[in-house]
Design a binder for this molecule. Structure first.
Ligand code: CAO
Length: 449
């Protein structure tokens, strides 16, 4: 009696015509249960089809580069005769209390079959006729990997999983880049012995790759490439966001009086070809606050053990341009009045939008301001522009009732959102700095305008 089992492509979701990228056995090979037979790779996942039981490969129905779909036959296995000889002839499963206790008895191939849903192990077939069964292949969900093709047996995948190793980071030393147990062990050793430097790009994150989604499956789409500025600034923003411990302190400044003064001076600015917006007052208030709290006007040095405190006051201004965000720097803001600052801001932001800024004009900043007040919003979290250690976000001012001790008064309140690097600045100073900014704007006449 020969017991033949058809191994079919399992339910793999909504896929058809998946290429066979590896055939790991040939006819006549003896295989263990769970040994991989072939590897399939769709454009978003790689998976192996393992043998559900031990036996000998009698037929192979796929070849390299074939395309297969669910339920296609991959191979036919003849179940291990030796193991089978322990089976009762009736095909009934041995009772647990006969022989070994139920907990310790390892299943025979026939028992393994019987435990698969939809499999009938009753062998009433005459000995001369091969009984051919179709076995659903148990799939290991972790064998389906996004993005990068990883070739490793289920046992190696399990080993990697136990150690928390992301196999896409392991180099396989076996045939065709296949990852074996020793590769996983070597990878773990190399990670444990490598020293992370504080300034290294390796920030200790071991995140899975983001999923690759074919959005057109859900509706019409159009692909637009990111601008060069978006690609460059995106990389910097990402690094700053993940490498700097940000805290954002929010406060409100009463700018009612400042606004009256600003409006009374708009004509003067206009005559000089610029616009006197709240931003120039914020630049002046920032200089005053940086002078009072010098650690905000500083950067960590390369060793991350020293603070380099600057004695100059160059302020970066985030400018929204059609090509993306740029941050030109206004130099020596302590030495310029609000009209000079307004003129310089108008010039820099216009040239930023025309793509005409020189690289040097975007370098050397001590502290940045990102003003979204012209657009709206009540608060946001600006991302620190490293190597600076703080950035001021400004949202739109609006009239809010303020209690003056006797009654509510309508006051024009400006939302301030200060993000700071918590490695350099502690929370109390973050709050003090933001409050001081608000006080400077409230008592604007005391500032060196
Ligand atoms: N509250 C209320 N009104 C405000 C305001 C505030 N906080 N800030 C500006 N305004 C008003 C201005 O007074 C102006 O009003 P008028 O037209 O009536 O004079 C109007 O909003 C538009 O101001 P503006 O945006 O042209 O000028 P600005 O000096 O405030 O800002 C600039 C200049 C270049 C910073 C700005 O145009 C800009 O690009 N902002 C976007 C910055 C950005 O993208 N930040 C996000 C970075 S992180 O992704």
């Amino acid at each position: 009696m020969t017991n033949l089992i058809e191994i079919k492509v399992p339910d793999i979701g909504d896929f058809d015509g998946i290429p066979v990228i590896e055939v790991l056995v040939v006819v006549g090979d003896s295989v263990e249960a769970e040994q991989s037979l072939v590897t399939l790779e769709s454009d978003k996942a790689t998976m192996e089809v393992p043998a559900p039981v031990a036996g000998v490969i009698r037929e192979l129905h796929v070849a390299l580069d074939d395309a297969v779909s669910e339920h296609d036959i991959v191979a036919v296995i003849e179940v291990d005769e030796a193991a089978e000889s322990t089976e009762p002839e009736t095909g009934e499963l041995p009772e647990p209390n006969k022989g070994q206790p139920a907990e310790t008895a390892s299943p025979t191939p026939q028992q393994a079959l019987a435990r698969q849903p939809g499999i009938n192990t009753n062998r009433s077939t005459p000995p001369s006729t091969a009984s051919r069964q179709s076995l659903p292949v148990p799939m290991d969900a972790n064998a389906i990997l996004p993005s990068k093709a990883v070739y490793a047996s289920p046992a190696v995948r399990r080993f990697a999983r136990e150690l928390g190793v992301d196999l896409s980071r392991v180099t396989g030393s076996s045939r065709g880049g296949r990852i074996v147990r020793d590769d996983v062990t070597a990878f773990v050793k190399s990670v444990l012995t490598s020293k992370a430097s504080p300034s290294s790009a390796g920030l200790g994150f071991d995140l899975p790759a983001p999923p690759k989604v074919n959005f057109s499956r859900y509706g019409e789409v159009e692909t637009q490439s990111l601008s060069k500025i978006q690609k460059v600034s995106g990389a910097h923003l990402h690094r700053n966001w993940v490498s700097i411990p940000h805290v954002t302190q929010n406060d409100l400044a009463d700018i009612t009086d400042m606004e009256i003064y600003r409006k009374s001076n708009t004509d003067k600015a206009q005559k000089q070809g610029s616009k006197l917006t709240p931003l120039v007052f914020l630049i002046k208030a920032s200089v005053a606050a940086l002078k009072k709290f010098p650690t905000f006007n500083a950067s960590l040095d390369a060793s991350h053990e020293n603070l380099v405190v600057k004695k100059y006051f160059h302020i970066g201004i985030a400018v929204d341009t059609p090509a993306g965000l740029v941050v030109p720097v206004i130099r020596d803001c302590d030495q310029k009045d609000i009209f000079q600052l307004a003129a310089e801001l108008a010039d820099l932001s216009q040239r930023a939008r025309d793509g005409k800024l020189k690289p040097i004009e975007m370098q050397g900043g001590c502290f940045s301001i990102s003003s979204l007040g012209g657009i709206g919003g009540t608060s946001f979290t600006p991302i620190i522009n490293a190597p600076e250690v703080a950035i001021l976000g400004v949202s739109r001012s609006n009239i809010r009732p303020q209690w003056d001790g006797e009654a509510f008064q309508p006051r024009l309140m400006l939302p301030l959102c200060l993000s700071y690097d918590h490695r350099v600045i502690d929370g109390a100073n973050g709050a003090r700095f933001t409050r001081y900014l608000a006080v400077c704007l409230e008592d604007f006449k005391n500032m060196d305008l």
